[in-house]
Design a protein around this ligand. Structure first.
Ligand code: C5P
Length: 317
């Protein structure tokens, strides 16, 4: 299966919650850059999970264990990962790999799990894992795991620049120094909370219309940029360079370090990518939800029953 990367088309971090996570407003969008995940499942009495290459604390292995347990699967699973999505880049690579296992393993083992269970397992593995069960464009709130699908946008073409910099997500959140908000004794006033609800409404309404009129994607800004750009000024100059070369919008994804630019025309994006010097650059396009699902149906075609989502196993009893 392909495990696609995502970018954030804008990201607002509101406040720190009692559970230590931050309350977000963002729009996730899947893009064409992808890892590849191969699964080989042999039913049997004993259970084992092997993953290649071996990565410490691999989210893919944790996802497989979660599915084995939730679906009461027994057998031998071998997972082969081919990484193309850089790690620590804000592109959700590890989360997408994990979601691929959540979607595919129940199909191969003939033990379907209800979507509500997959979302729960995904949310426990990481805040942006549930998004990859959905794909396309979606507004995300809460810690990023609460999702509202947006209608499919027309495809946009872009350039993704991935400097060899690993930004620690927890450190980036800490650097924002957001105020604390807890149910009891939180520092936020009712007025501020209402502002957050209004900001969510505005985000959804604006996102729905994009990219019809405005060149900027919904969300418009990434709150992480000022703090991460201060630590790594190179990222700021990548953003500036993309704008100068004609990107309608250029933005860092998530907590960084990848920076993407979206262009009016495909040829423009491809030319910028071809002539980019310095950091690795990828030619990308947005992948909407129907395309995302087609990729899945195509790669699991021999094992699924009909074009329904989530995928239905043909081995299910
Ligand atoms: O959920 P995930 O494991 O991807 O998050 C990694 C880290 O990023 C968390 O441990 C937390 O420090 C930070 N985070 C956060 N607020 C979020 C998402 C992540 O503070 N909404």
């Amino acid at each position: 299966m392909p495990a696609l990367a995502k970018v954030n088309l804008g990201l607002k971090v509101l406040y720190r919650r009692a559970d230590g996570y931050h309350e977000l407003r963002t729009v996730f969008q899947t893009i064409s850059l992808a890892d590849s995940v191969e699964l080989e499942f042999t039913p049997g009495r004993c259970s084992s999970i092997e993953a290649f290459p071996e990565i410490a604390d691999n989210l893919v292995v944790r996802a497989a264990k979660a599915v084995f347990e939730a679906a009461r699967i027994r057998g031998a699973l071998r997972v082969k990962l081919t990484k193309r999505i850089p790690m620590g880049a804000g592109l959700g690579g590890g989360s997408s790999d994990a979601a691929a296992v959540l979607l595919a393993l129940p199909v191969l083992a003939g033990r379907p799990l209800p979507l509500v269970k997959l979302i729960e397992l995904g949310g426990r593995l990481g805040s942006d894992v549930p998004f990859f069960l959905l794909g396309g464009a979606a507004v995300a709130v809460s810690r990023g795991e609460e999702l509202y699908p947006l209608p499919d946008f027309p495809v946009r073409y872009g350039v993704l620049v991935t400097p060899d910099l690993h930004v620690s997500t927890p450190d980036a959140y800490r650097a924002l120094q957001r105020p604390m908000c807890s149910e009891a004794g939180g520092r936020l006033t009712l007025g501020e909370k209402l502002n957050y609800i209004n900001s969510f409404q505005a985000l959804v309404w604006e996102a729905e219309g994009w990219p019809g009129g405005t060149p900027e994607p919904p969300g418009f800004e990434n709150d992480f940029e000022p703090v991460v750009f201060e630590l790594y000024p190179r990222l700021k100059s990548i953003k500036r360079k993309l704008r100068k070369l004609g990107a309608e919008c250029a933005m860092m994804s998530g907590s960084g370090s990848a920076v993407f630019g979206l262009f009016r025309r495909r040829e423009e994006a491809e030319e910028v990518c071809r002539t980019w010097t310095g950091d690795p650059a990828y030619s990308i396009r947005t992948v909407n939800r129907s395309q995302y699902r087609s990729l899945w149906w195509r790669s699991l075609a021999p094992h699924v029953n009909g074009k329904v989502w989530p995928l239905r196993s043909r081995y299910a009893q």
